[in-house]
Design a protein around this ligand. Structure first.
Ligand code: GUN
Ligand code: ZN
Length: 465
């Protein structure tokens, strides 16, 4: 049994800031001088240092000074075997997959290659402040195994699954409905709920999984109802037309996943760019989730996610934010926030740019605005809710796993320190409002250079060199 303390300036969330328009501070918690007490990776006490230190007078305390400590970032959608695809030029989704992605992912059938890739992948996550992710692998079981083995070595909370595609992929890469089913079963038995690993049944997307493979997904979810389901939905117009041509019996993209009873709690549809109002409503009704991947949606030219629609209080959908690396061109969730903010702003020009005031959608446009509260909630507690893991991670609530990031607001590209000096007047944040301003500066002006330390399960796993 080991009990340790971390002292510093903490910022986390107790509620959804979209529920607190005009009073977002009510959704957050700020301790300018706080203490977190951790026993075997779990938070057992959290409060103002002066109020609780007497109770823990004997423990070792690490003092992290001049940093803002937030919960570890949660990436709701990322592709492990695309680590080297990052930055591939010039194509939209379907030709990009054929030219760059499938050839590279196929290399992960080689164990040594997958092992090496896993080390690099997790190093990059930690250097970006990401402590939890929902992850696509490839068609090769070896790739998924090496992923979970490395996650286990690092004690990180991860959701992942063998990523099935048995059509619209080259022969050297495609699996079959039956091999996908058998391999998924073996991997679920070996890794699901073992350590901090969680398993997601993962049909890559409805364009790539035949009806027979989708039936196998339905069967897996029935046999292992506790597993997650992770996939892509409504990302690119060519893809959507392809899906509807393959499934003429379905009125829209979501209907394909509904047909195989996959849409419900613990279902995540990545991108969700072109969902109709009715699809948003059905995702809400079924308590399923979508993932907003702004950098990828911009890089691949997929389109503009309707943040203000997803956060409509009448039909709020669960949501995480994701890099979608290598479709997204960064590992950094801070960079995702920069992209998400800009997508919201452009959405508002589209909504409100009409010269006819009757066409302006002011309620939706207010919700498109990504304040620091909404932003950091989305990549911590909100992301955890989107992935149904908010009982374990996402905030500093007692009983949760102690994953966190220490952010240095003076670090980033040239000029970031000067900007932070303006909003913080050079010193540590004194009020919650100071801290929120500094966090906004970090997400817009800064970058992953602001990530000074990343802690996993109560231990420091990364320190900036
Ligand atoms: N749809 C199916 N596979 C992929 C992928 O690897 N990346 C993205 N962005 N979309 C996909
Ligand atoms: Zn993706």
């Amino acid at each position: 049994m080991s009990i340790t303390g971390i002292r510093g300036t903490f910022f986390d969330f107790v509620d959804d800031p979209w529920k607190h328009v005009g009073d977002e501070e009510a959704s957050a918690r700020f301790l300018s001088d706080g203490l977190m007490v951790v026993e075997d990776g779990i938070i057992i006490a959290f409060g103002a240092y002066g109020e609780i230190i007497d109770e823990f007078a004997d423990i070792d305390v690490t003092h992290i000074e001049h940093r803002i400590i937030t919960p570890g970032f949660i990436d709701g959608h990322i592709h492990f075997p695309q680590t080297r695809v990052l930055g591939a030029f010039g194509l939209q989704l379907l030709p990009w997959l054929q030219k760059w992605v499938f050839p590279e992912e196929a290399r992960y059938a080689d164990r040594a290659y997958a092992k090496d890739g896993a080390v690099r992948f997790f190093d990059n996550l930690l250097a970006s402040g990401t402590t939890t992710a929902q992850v696509f692998t490839s068609t090769a079981p070896v790739c998924t195994e090496e992923f979970f083995e490395e996650a286990t070595r690092r004690s990180m909370r991860m959701i992942a699954g063998l990523t099935g595609i048995d059509q619209n992929a080259p022969d050297y890469f495609a699996d079959t409905a039956d091999s996908f089913y058998e391999n998924s079963r073996t991997l679920i038995e070996k890794y699901h709920n073992v350590g901090r690993n969680l398993y997601a049944v993962t049909p890559r997307f409805a364009f790539g999984s035949s009806p027979a493979q989708m039936e196998r997904c339905e069967q897996l979810k029935k046999e292992y109802p506790d597993t997650w389901v992770n996939t892509h939905i409504s990302e690119n117009p060519h893809e959507i037309r392809g899906v509807l041509a393959l499934h003429p019996e379905c009125d829209d993209y979501l209907a394909v996943y509904e047909k195989y009873n996959l849409v419900g709690p613990k279902f995540s549809g990545g991108h969700a760019v072109w969902l109709s109002d009715d699809e948003f409503k059905r995702i809400h009704d079924k308590d399923a989730s979508v993932t907003f991947c702004p950098h990828s949606n911009l890089f691949l030219g997929s389109g503009m996610f309707r943040l203000g629609k997803a956060t409509d209080p009448e039909q709020r959908v669960r949501m995480s934010f994701g890099t979608d690396m290598g479709g997204g061109n960064r590992f950094s969730m801070l960079a995702v926030l920069d992209g998400a903010y800009k997508v919201g702003m452009i959405n508002n020009t589209i909504l409100d740019g009409s010269v006819d005031p009757a066409k302006m959608a002011t309620a939706e446009s207010e919700r498109n605005k990504l304040s620091a509260y909404r932003a950091f909630w989305s990549i911590t507690l909100g992301g955890a809710e989107g992935l149904y893991i908010d009982d374990r991670v996402g905030s500093f609530e007692i009983g949760k796993e102690a994953d966190f990031v220490a952010l240095d607001w003076t670090q980033g590209p040239p000029g970031a320190d000067w900007h932070s000096s303006l909003i913080a007047d050079g010193g540590d944040p004194v009020t919650m409002d100071d801290a929120a301003n500094m966090l906004f500066g970090i997400m817009i002006v800064g970058d992953e250079r602001a990530v000074d330390e990343t802690w996993v399960y109560g231990s420091r796993a990364y320190k900036k060199g």
